[in-house]
Design a protein around this ligand. Structure first.
Ligand code: SF4
Ligand code: SF4
Length: 261
C-alpha cells in the first residue's frame, strides 16, 4: 500500500486497473522465479498485519515490533511507518521465507496478498475518505504475468482472502491521513502522545494492559458489547484503538468511545 500524493492517480507507476478490468497472472512452485519476489523488499506492515502475524508466530506484539520491524518517517507524515525487517543475509530475504515458500502464508501481510497488484490510497483532500486504487505492477522478473488465468481486482482479492485485510487497512488509512497535519505541535511522533498512539495501533498486548489495568475504563465510556470483546478479541481492540486515537490525539469523538463526565 502506498500513499498517492498526486492530482492524477494515472500518473503513478503500473497499470491503473478500472473496476472489472482484467489482468493475467498465476503463481505456483513450478515458475522459474519461485520465491524471488520475497527478498529485498520495502514491505510496509499495517496494524491488522501485526495481529495476524502474532497469531501465526505465537509471540507478543512488542516482540514482533522489536524483532521484525523498522520504523521510518515518511515525508509530511507525523506517524512512523512500519517496515518488515529483511534478514541480514546477502539477498536480504524476508524473515518468513524458507525454501518451501512462505512460512506465514495463511497470515501473510496485506501487501503480499495483493501482489502483483499494488494498492494505493488516493487522498483527494483532507476531508474526503481515502479511495483504494489498484495498479497491476509485477516486477520484470515475475513470470506469473505470462500465465493464462484472468482476474479482476475483486476476484483476486477474494481468491487471496484479502477482503477483510483491505477493509482494516482502509479504516487505518482514514486515521493516518489525519497525521499529515502535525498533531504533536512540533514535539515529533515519538513524544509521549505519539508513543501512546503507536501503541494503540500496533502493540495490542500493551494496549490491552493499558485499557484493562489503568484508569482508562474510569475515564472513558465504552459500549458494554465492545468492553466485553476487547478482553480476548485483538481485532475489536484494534478498532477501539482506532477510535481512541481519533479522540485522544485529534479530539474527534466516535460512537464507540467517549470521555466520562
Ligand atoms: S515473482 Fe511472481 S511468479 Fe515468481 S514467485 Fe513471485 S509472484 Fe510468483
Ligand atoms: S511474508 Fe511470505 S509472502 Fe510475504 S514476503 Fe515474506 S515470505 Fe513472501
Amino acid at each position: 500500500m502506498k500513499y498517492i500524493e498526486t492530482e492524477n492517480p494515472a500518473d503513478a507507476p503500473g497499470r491503473l486497473l478500472a473496476p472489472g478490468e482484467t489482468f493475467s497472472f498465476a503463481c505456483h512452485p513450478e515458475v522459474s522465479c519461485f520465491n524471488r519476489c520475497c527478498r529485498n523488499l520495502n514491505l510496509f506492515l499495517y496494524p491488522y498485519d501485526i495481529i495476524r502475524l502474532k497469531k501465526r508466530l505465537n509471540i507478543g506484539t512488542a516482540e514482533i515490533i522489536d524483532r521484525h520491524t523498522d520504523l521510518v518517517l515518511r515525508d509530511n507524515m507525523h506517524f512512523p511507518s512500519v517496515l518488515l525487517r529483511m534478514a541480514d543475509n546477502a539477498e536480504r530475504t524476508c524473515p518468513f521465507l524458507d525454501p518451501g515458500g512462505c512460512t506465514v502464508y495463511p497470515d501473510r501481510p496485506q501487501t503480499c496478498r495483493a501482489f502483483p497488484v499494488e494498492q494505493g490510497l488516493f487522498f483527494k483532500d483532507e476531508y474526503t475518505p481515502p479511495q483504494m486504487l489498484s495498479y497491476f505492477r509485477p516486477p520484470d522478473f515475475c513470470m506469473g504475468r505470462h500465465e493464462s488465468a484472468e482476474w479482476t481486482v475483486k476476484s483476486w482479492e477474494a481468491d487471496q482472502n484479502a477482503v477483510f485485510y483491505n477493509q482494516m487497512t482502509l479504516e487505518w488509512a482514514d486515521i493516518l491521513r489525519l497525521f499529515y497535519a502535525d498533531p504533536f505541535g512540533g514535539a515529533g511522533p515519538y513524544c509521549e502522545k505519539g508513543k501512546m498512539a503507536f501503541m494503540a495501533a500496533y502493540n495490542m498486548d500493551a494496549f490491552r494492559d493499558f485499557v484493562l489495568k489503568s484508569s482508562f475504563l474510569k475515564r472513558y465510556a465504552i459500549k458494554p458489547r465492545v468492553r466485553l470483546k476487547i478482553k480476548t478479541d485483538d481485532t475489536a481492540l484494534l478498532r477501539l484503538g482506532f477510535s481512541w486515537i481519533r479522540l485522544f490525539v485529534f479530539g474527534i469523538k466516535t460512537g464507540d468511545i467517549g470521555i466520562k463526565k
